[in-house]
Design a binder for this molecule. Sequence first.
Ligand code: FAD
Length: 350
Amino acid sequence: MDYSFSVRIPAPNRSITMENHIIILGAGVTGLTAARYLQDQGRKVTLLDKGRGLGGRVATRRLGEASNIQGRWDHGAQFATFRDPDLIEHLKKWDSWECMKPWIPGHQNPTLYRQRPLAGMNALAKALATGLEVHRSQQIERIEKAAGGWKLTANSGQIFTAPHLISTIPLPQFHELARNSHLDLTPGEQEKILSVRYDRCLTLLAETDGPSGLAAPGFVQVQNGTIETIIDQHQKGISSAYTLVANATPAFSLEWFRRDRDLAATLLRASLQERIRSRILSVQIHGWKFAKATRRIDANFLRLANDIALAGDGFSAGTPDTSPDLPARIESAMLSGVFAAKTFAPLPSA
Ligand SMILES: Cc1cc2nc3c(=O)[nH]c(=O)nc-3n(C[C@H](O)[C@H](O)[C@H](O)COP(=O)(O)OP(=O)(O)OC[C@H]3O[C@@H](n4cnc5c(N)ncnc54)[C@H](O)[C@@H]3O)c2cc1C
């Protein structure tokens, strides 16, 4: 299967009014899943994302163009585990299941796998995005109630208006956006949204001169105060080059998030070098302000009194089993997107 982009990229226009459309804010796996579901129901959907690419935290970076070796890092999520039969059926229908390949079996349930696409995790997002209308590089700075429903203004100056809105951006980001937009939230809604907590994560992307020597299958949990996990991207099967990802611990990430990134990278590099056989040739560092939700709202999604629907990994949608053995964050986020989407489908009769 070809996983190259086939999303529709609309022509630039300062103000776009979309009658009968549902705007989905955020083209991560939650937004993409909600969009595919709604499109299946005959609804018109438009996704807006501030990123240059798609997928949010389901992110894959390539080794520089200068290199003639196929090198990649998954620098966000490393794998997904799917348990929900209905979601799996949808993924099959959307040609998004075939790319997922078993990687590490669960300890408690060896029939369930951590799965990843061999082209990197972002291939899942690209497969989900097929045929969807996505406006990229549109950071939404303001949401207002308008005659046509909701008016969203991007930092590019572009304005999008549509009757319905689903937001899938991390809930602390939505709270900030709502505050800056002077949107009314009830005290109960405020309390729920503000209860959600995320860990930060500093992620080191390293290229080395040979095999790391890490035990198969190349996913190592470290307890040293600096690095939490090391993931051998070559052993994982997504990179011909010898590439490694090292995720810093939440404590290290919090302490260093706003400090000198080069120095943080140097410390992480030294810690990583101690644990591998090969020599590190180069490193890059990436900071995730909202990495993994550590406290979520105990609901599938939230429909606000003003009619905006909120979905994403800030909700505990789907299977309650999120054991560290096989966390189901991606699956849970996607299910949250489906639950939110269901409240907008099918099209109300005129
Ligand atoms: C380092 C790391 C490792 C992880 N490992 C795993 C793992 O192995 N397995 C697992 O299941 N989960 C893992 N996770 C968690 C998983 O990646 C997330 O739970 C999931 O991807 C969330 O998807 P989402 O669509 O809800 O949010 P996101 O992926 O964050 O998507 C939200 C989108 O909204 C966009 N956006 C935000 N604000 C605006 C704005 N104002 N205007 C326009 N667009 C905006 C963003 O650009 C983004 O694309 C990991 C996360 C990190 C960071």
